[in-house]
Design a protein around this ligand. Structure first.
Ligand code: CU
Length: 181
């Protein structure tokens, strides 16, 4: 029998299963199960997927928390004429960063080896938080607070770029993140 011709028996599903057919079904099922369990396994042991959280939140509340953090932990200003505050929050704390047409605000300075909960929110459109050269890349939506729990390990200056096209100055929506010893 070939698949080009219609089946001789119209009720083909009541015919006995061929051995080869059965083997293929079992092989396909086992492979499906392997792939299914690889998803949680690779999330935990592969260390590739972020364990991030997202909560509905109001932009004004988020701005308030961000401003409070800046007022308390600002250490200097950066970015030439742009005068972007650089904030060095205490280790283990909740830190906030606003995404807005077309900036990231403020600049964070984190300590290597310490954990932080980085909260991100957009105040207008969809933006993308991409941390270079690390493999961290998440969408930042308005009305949602995205929380990443991170422990930076290597001191250095990291780049943040917006990688969701967000308008005429999208290409200028860049910032940095400092990790210090
Ligand atoms: Cu953007």
């Amino acid at each position: 029998m070939s698949a080009i011709l219609p089946p001789q028996e119209r009720v083909w599903w009541k015919q006995p299963l061929d051995r080869v057919e059965l083997i293929w079904i079992v092989v396909a099922l086992i492979w499906c199960l392997i792939m299914f369990f690889m998803m949680p396994y690779w999330h935990i042991y592969g260390q590739q997927n972020l364990s991030n959280e997202a909560y509905r939140s109001k932009p004004e509340d988020f701005v308030r928390k961000t401003e409070a953090m800046i007022a308390q932990y600002k250490v200097r200003e950066d970015g030439g004429d742009l005068k972007v505050p650089v904030v060095r929050p205490p280790a283990g704390s909740d830190v906030y960063m606003v995404a807005q047409l077309w900036r990231w605000y403020p600049i964070l300075e984190l300590e290597a080896g310490k954990s932080y909960r980085i909260h991100l929110m957009s105040l207008d459109w969809l933006h993308g938080f991409s941390l270079q050269p690390e493999n961290i890349n998440i969408q930042v939506h308005p009305g949602y607070e995205h929380v990443l729990t991170v422990t930076p390990t290597n001191p250095g200056t990291y780049s943040i770029i917006c990688n969701e096209y967000c308008g005429i100055n999208h290409h200028t929506m860049v910032s940095r993140l400092y990790v210090v010893k």
